[in-house]
Ligand binder design. Sequence first.
Ligand SMILES: Cc1cc2nc3c(=O)[nH]c(=O)nc-3n(C[C@H](O)[C@H](O)[C@H](O)COP(=O)(O)OP(=O)(O)OC[C@H]3O[C@@H](n4cnc5c(N)ncnc54)[C@H](O)[C@@H]3O)c2cc1C
Length: 528
Amino acid sequence: MVDVRYETAFTLYPYQRSEDQDVDAPVRHPVVIVGGGPVGMAMALDLGQKGVPCVVLDDHDGVGVGSRAICFAKRTLEICDRLGAGDPMVDLGVVWNVGKVFREDRQIYDFNLLPEEGHKRPAFINLQQPYFEKFLVERIRVAQAEGAPIEIRGKNAVLSVESHADHVLLEVGSPDGPYKIESNYLIACDGARSPVRGMLGHDFTGRIFEDNFLICDVKMEAEFPTERWFWFDPPFNPGQSVLLHKQPDDIWRIDFQLGWDIDREAVVQPEYYMPKVQAMLGEGVEFEPEWVSVYTFQCMSMDQYRYGPVFFAGDSAHQVSPFGARGCNGGMQDVDNLAWKLAAVYHGEADARLLDTYNEERKHGADENILNSSRTTDFMTPKTAIAKLFRESVLDLVEHTNAMRPLVNSGRLSLPCVYDGSSLNGPDDNRMPVRTRVGSTLVDAPVNGGWLMDQVGNYFIVLAVNCEIQIEGLQVLRLDADPMVTERYLGDLLQAVYLIRPDQIIAARWEIASAADVISALQVAKGG
Ligand SMILES: Cc1cc2nc3c(=O)[nH]c(=O)nc-3n(C[C@H](O)[C@H](O)[C@H](O)COP(=O)(O)OP(=O)(O)OC[C@H]3O[C@@H](n4cnc5c(N)ncnc54)[C@H](O)[C@@H]3O)c2cc1C
């Protein structure tokens, strides 16, 4: 038997008996992924499309009910584009770039997260997590039909894990009873409560924030603009905060901050939340509740994300509060980072020590997410009298001076980290723009009649900006120095050469480079 812990919104991978269940000795697989949430599915898609055979084990047969993550960042959409899954997400999602911050009943300022032209994707879309996961699985089905070696096993729950020096042994529960399999590598994408982490005895430490948030998804046809609206101390939730977001299907997400001492059973009853929502939306506005839930938030992390043949990715490795939308967006960057490294090692194109840099780089990214997320939560929930005084003073001043805006923290929204100081970084030239320094994600631009991001990714590539270079075994993309490319890639220089990793991270850059310079940086970027 396999426990059913949640109801599914979409049944996507019903249980089917596998051949591994009919043999005596455990079958060995190159990669097993535990958990078919967004991170596990994206990982399978990325690995499978790179020719790495992988098996996904999920204890359910589809995607859970409840919107959970709704804000998907530009970088996540670029990763999904690289995987071939971005279009349906953006087609259905609610696109937004602008946010407004209110205090009581006054708007105190607004902001635009993508104030410049020349990007294929917006700063954010809002899309219910079940749709996000469904589109990933649909893309996996297309990839499978094209020959990608991906297998999804629904209602396969991992019951125990034994980690050895060069492989992992798993016991898996199924509706037909338990069976065993082995894998050379295991990727634990089994969520914040990660049974794999527990079975292997690893710690997950951090902070639990003493606050509760009531999440009400309501269906209504409303005239609010498609922007992120955030209130400090509004009349409909005095002394607390409220966040409003539009989702597809005329669903609106409302987050009410409630404080610590509440009756968690009582607040999810209609008698409590219906009048609260009505007071916010105004008398006479008709709505229907779609999904109501109460949450406490925590920021937690493992000490390291790789233990021998076992990797941890997504919420199993790190968990953040949702303010800033860094949970799933951060997990997608884990996928981006690990899949090409594992594929390079699997295909014999890089030494296995490249895999250690997954921990180095993603720990750096997760620490940044946790820092930002903790600061937001501290600002929204000041713990001491002095912290409260600071917040109130900042909010008083921000109505009169733009200079105080950076101190208002209603959620620093997810951006990809820069891998400054990574051991995979090659030469840099600080006369070029800071935003495209070595370790950064490429900045999109319209080039060669399309988008730059669509022309790079999945393999190493060289950008020759306003110059020519030929390197045996490496594809070169020539870019003209139009004003946007110049602003993003040249600065005051007239030409440049950039080496780009398969995850669209800038590995090295020069004003003038020889083929030998690039090959040498390529070796470093593959782990030396
Ligand atoms: C209210 C809320 C709002 C959020 N908003 C945002 C947002 O706007 N943007 C954002 O980026 N993030 C947001 N998040 C965070 C986001 O939901 C998570 O970061 C994301 O779900 C993590 O994905 P995952 O694949 O790592 O784990 P999960 O989604 O937890 O998936 C884990 C999977 O593993 C399976 N599993 C567990 N145990 C086993 C086992 N023993 N054997 C086999 N399978 C197993 C589970 O069934 C599940 O399918 C929000 C979260 C919440 C709760």
